[in-house]
Design a protein around this ligand. Structure first.
Ligand SMILES: [Mg+2]
Length: 517
C-alpha cells in the first residue's frame, strides 16, 4: 500500500514496507499508483467534489448542523438569494449567508476539533486582597482607590456586584451604591506575582498557553493528545490545581475554539466549570443574550434590539451581507462569532501589542513643569516595560484628558523603532506640548503608549551599529535592582517628590495606584 500524503504529493512519496525491497519494478509500480491517485484527486477537484481527499467525509459531517453555510434541499448552497431572511427555528437547519469563510471553514464542530480551555480568575484584584486580609471575607471589596478619590473601580468582589457595583464604575458612584464596602487602592506588584504563579502552573500542562491578561488565559491541549487520556479530566485538574496553589477561585470554560471556550467560562462564573460537549454547540449558543458576544458593544446592541434580536439564535436569521451593511467589518465578526466560528490560534509568547502607562492626577493640573514631570516618569516606567519584554516601539502616542473629560491623542510613527528613555521622552514631550498648546483647560490625565512593537532593532545603513542604548538601559536596571527604583531618576522626574509619596522599590505611588506599574 502506498501512503500518499495529500500535502506533499508524489514528489515525496512515503513507501510502505512492501516497496522497500528496492527493485526498480517495485519503485515504478509505486510511482504509477501515486500518479493514479493524484489523477483521481484532480478529477474530483474538477468535478467540484472538494479540495481535500477527506472532503466527502467532512461534507457529511457538516450537513446536518451546518451553522455557517446553508445546506438546503433542492439546490446547492449558492442557490439562495442574499437578501433572503430565514427565521431560525429550533428544528431547522440555520440559515445565514451562503458564503462560508474558508479561514474558519474547519473550526466548526467537526473533523479537526480542537480542545481549548479558557481559564479566568474570579474578581482577581479583589480576591487577592481578601486572601491577604481574611477579615475582608464576605465583605464587598472594591479595588481601585478610596471612595473620596477620583478614578474608577478596577475590580470588585462578587459581594460588591450584588449592590450593582462593577469594574469601570467611578469610585464615587460605587461608594453611593455600596457605602459600607471596603475600598482599597491595590498594589500591582502583588497582583503580578500571583499572576506569574498562575501562568507557571498553566505552562506545566501545555506549551500552547496564551495570556489574554493578568488573570486570563487560553490553553490549547489539542497537540497534547498523546499525553492526556481525557482532556476533560485534565481541564478539571488544571482548575483544581490553580485553586489549590494560588488560593484563588477560577472559572473554566472548555470549547472547540477560543470564542466558545470564553462563552463557556461566562456560563461557568463564578468558580465553576463548563464544557461544551461536541454536538451541543448549537443548543449552547441559541439562548445566550447577544451582549455576551465580544463583538457586540452597546451601540450594536441598540440596533439589534430594534430589529427584535435578543438572543444569539435570533442572529442566525440575518444574512452576512445584512450584518456587514449594518456594522461593517464588525458585522462579519458578529456573523462568525454568533455561529461559534473562530479560527484564531492560541498564540504563545507573542510580542505584546502595546505597552502603555497613564495616570489620573490628584487634582486637575495646569502647571506645565509638573505635567512634563509626570510625562517623564511615565516614559521611564514605559521604557522599563519595553526592556522587560525586550521590545522596540515603532509608534509612540501621548494622551491628554482635559478637565471637561475630552481626550486628545497624538501619535508618531518612527522608521527606526525605539526603546531608550531619552529618545522616547523627547518625542513624547514634543507631541505633548503641541497637543496642549492651544488649550485653556487644565488636565485630568496624561498617558503615554508604545505600540507596533518589534523584538529587534534593525541595523541602519547610515549609522554605525552601537549597542550603547541597550547597555545603558541594562545598567540602569541593575542599579535600580540593587538600590531601589529611586536611585536613578532624571531631574524632571525628581519634581514629583513634592506631590507623591515615594517607595524605595515601587518608585512614586501615583494616583491610580493599583495600575501603577
Ligand atoms: Mg478575571
Amino acid at each position: 500500500m502506498v501512503n500518499v500524503s495529500p500535502s506533499r504529493g508524489a514528489s515525496a512519496p512515503a513507501f510502505g514496507p512492501s516497496e522497500l525491497d528496492g527493485t526498480p519494478a517495485a519503485a515504478r509500480a509505486a510511482f504509477r499508483r501515486i500518479a493514479e491517485s493524484r489523477e483521481a484527486r484532480d478529477a474530483d477537484r474538477e468535478r467540484g467534489d472538494g479540495h481535500e481527499p477527506h472532503s466527502e467525509i467532512l461534507a457529511n459531517l457538516r450537513a446536518p448542523r451546518n451553522l455557517a453555510g446553508v445546506t438546503r434541499p433542492g439546490g446547492p448552497p449558492g442557490a439562495r438569494s442574499e437578501g433572503q431572511v430565514v427565521k431560525a427555528s429550533p428544528n431547522k437547519a440555520i440559515g445565514g449567508g451562503p458564503r462560508q469563510d474558508p479561514a474558519t471553514d474547519y473550526t466548526p464542530f467537526m473533523g479537526r476539533r480542537r480542545f481549548i480551555i479558557h481559564i479566568d480568575i474570579d474578581a482577581f484584584f479583589a480576591s487577592v486582597e481578601v486572601l491577604l486580609n481574611p477579615a475582608l471575607r464576605s465583605r464587598p471589596v472594591i479595588v481601585g482607590g478610596l471612595p473620596h478619590e477620583r478614578g474608577v473601580a478596577a475590580t470588585c468582589s462578587y459581594e460588591a456586584r450584588k449592590f450593582g457595583v462593577h469594574a469601570g464604575m467611578s469610585l464615587r458612584d460605587a461608594y453611593k451604591l455600596c457605602p459600607h464596602g471596603a475600598f482599597i487602592r491595590g498594589n500591582y506588584h502583588v497582583y503580578q506575582s500571583f499572576s506569574e504563579r498562575f501562568f507557571r502552573i498553566l505552562h506545566e500542562y501545555s506549551p500552547d498557553v496564551e495570556d489574554a491578561s493578568l488573570d486570563e488565559a487560553y490553553l490549547d491541549l489539542t497537540r497534547c493528545r498523546p499525553i492526556y487520556p481525557s482532556f476533560s479530566r485534565t481541564a478539571r485538574e488544571v482548575k483544581a490545581r490553580v485553586e489549590r496553589e494560588t488560593g484563588l477561585k477560577v472559572s473554566v470554560g472548555v470549547g472547540p475554539n477560543k470564542i466558545m471556550a470564553k462563552l463557556a467560562t461566562k456560563r461557568a462564573k463564578p468558580a465553576g466549570y463548563f464544557e461544551i460537549e461536541p454536538g451541543r454547540e448549537e443548543e449552547f449558543l441559541r439562548d445566550l443574550p447577544i451582549d455576551s458576544l465580544p463583538g457586540i458593544g452597546p451601540k450594536s446592541q441598540v440596533i439589534l434590539r430594534m430589529l427584535n434580536i435578543q438572543k444569539i439564535g435570533d442572529l442566525w436569521g440575518l444574512p452576512r451581507t445584512t450584518l456587514h451593511s449594518l456594522f461593517g467589518l464588525c458585522g462579519d465578526d458578529i456573523y462568525l462569532q454568533s455561529r461559534g466560528l473562530d479560527s484564531r490560534p492560541v498564540v504563545t509568547a507573542a510580542v505584546p501589542k502595546s505597552v502603555s502607562r497613564e495616570t489620573t492626577f490628584l487634582q486637575d493640573l495646569w502647571d506645565r513643569r509638573l505635567l512634563l514631570a509626570h510625562l517623564a516618569y511615565l516614559c521611564d516606567r514605559l521604557t522599563l516595560g519595553l526592556r522587560e519584554c525586550r521590545c522596540y516601539a515603532h509608534v509612540i502616542e501621548v494622551k491628554a484628558r482635559y478637565s471637561d473629560f475630552q481626550t486628545e491623542v497624538r501619535r508618531r510613527l518612527m522608521i527606526m523603532p525605539r526603546q531608550e528613555m531619552a529618545d522616547i521622552y523627547k518625542i513624547a514631550e514634543e507631541m505633548f506640548l503641541q497637543l496642549i498648546a492651544g488649550s485653556r483647560l487644565s488636565l485630568r490625565l496624561v498617558g503615554v503608549k508604545a505600540s507596533d512593537l518589534v523584538r529587534a532593532r534593525p541595523l541602519s545603513l547610515f549609522e554605525p551599529y552601537s549597542d550603547k542604548p541597550e547597555r545603558l538601559g541594562a545598567a540602569v536596571d541593575r542599579v535600580r535592582e540593587k538600590y531601589g527604583f529611586g536611585s536613578v531618576l532624571t531631574v524632571r522626574e525628581k519634581m514629583l517628590d513634592e506631590v507623591y509619596p515615594f517607595e524605595r522599590n515601587r518608585g512614586f505611588v501615583l494616583k491610580t495606584a493599583s495600575l501603577t506599574r
